[in-house]
Design a binder for this molecule. Sequence first.
Ligand code: GSH
Length: 349
Amino acid sequence: MSSTPAAREPDDRDPNGNSSYGHKPFKRSRSHFADRITADGRDGWPVEAGRYRLVVSRACPWASRALVSRRLLGLESALSLAVADPIQDDRSWRFTLDEGGRDPVLGIRYLSEAYEARERDHPGGVSVPAIVDVPSKALVTNDYQQITLDLATEWTGLHRPGAPDLYPERLRDEIDEVMEGIYRDVNNGVYRAGFAGEQGEYEAAYVDVFRRLDLVSERLAGQRYLVGDTLTEADIRLFTTLVRFDAVYHGHFKCNRNKLTEDPVLWAYVRDLYQTPGFGDTVDFDHIKQHYYRVHTGINPTGIVPLGPDLSGWLTPHHREELGGRPFGDGTPPGPVPPGEEVPARGKP
Ligand SMILES: N[C@@H](CCC(=O)N[C@@H](CS)C(=O)NCC(=O)O)C(=O)O
């Protein structure tokens, strides 16, 4: 098995991903815990079925990448899932959706307990996605840029039969290049706009967001997926921002030149992905809206959560199959969502 080089790390990352008010530009710093779970276990964390627990919030775009990858690759039984309450309190992500307010596998009430088990008084915030070692209940990694690449390339021994190759070796340079621009201007660009502390900073981010979306829209006008003719990591990373666009980035983050539904190419593209097993079945629009509008009180002081947008369009025909493309390459779509992991009706169109 070939080993994956560490992902190129953007230089502007922040452990919290959230708050940067005032006049300091929004910055993301590097992940603090960047150990990797690999086939050869070189960081001390070998890939092993049942050993690790993926902790996510369905609200979070970075965590949602891992949710989609895990489904597409069929890793649900090998890597169990904990879903945090979309509303953090002053101790951050908590398991109040679970009975007794405790994660049933780790037995903890707060994700911070796993961070503390790994490193007492660790600097930096508590963020999702996080992968926790079940036997020691200690955090292994919160490196959201690397987690999905490792699921695709290091966890292959546990992939389902028919799993797609989400990071094919021959396309890696192109995938990395496309993802770099999308990360800077779109994935992180919407945050730079939303958390801007001054007018110029906001305007620069807004311009970056829509310039990149225009480029991506042009690229996707004639091809079904971002790179090659199958789904790749690049599509996953674009999807998790696009699926949130009209619900939170357009209003709450002021990325409002147009709604996604007003760009016929991107709207059809994101619907195509949403309707592909493994993508839409991980998305909870209720968690997304509750988190952004209630947690970011600096930009939405009333905490009022909007009722819209109307979600009924998400299931309408997209006609993208007319562009060709083979979503899963020589593989097959994933099976149904495992029992207990279904998104509740109020989070779906
Ligand atoms: N902080 C992560 C990126 C992921 C991230 O920013 N996640 C957000 C949620 S979307 C988070 O957990 N923020 C901490 C908080 O809100 O308390 C990293 O830099 O590695």
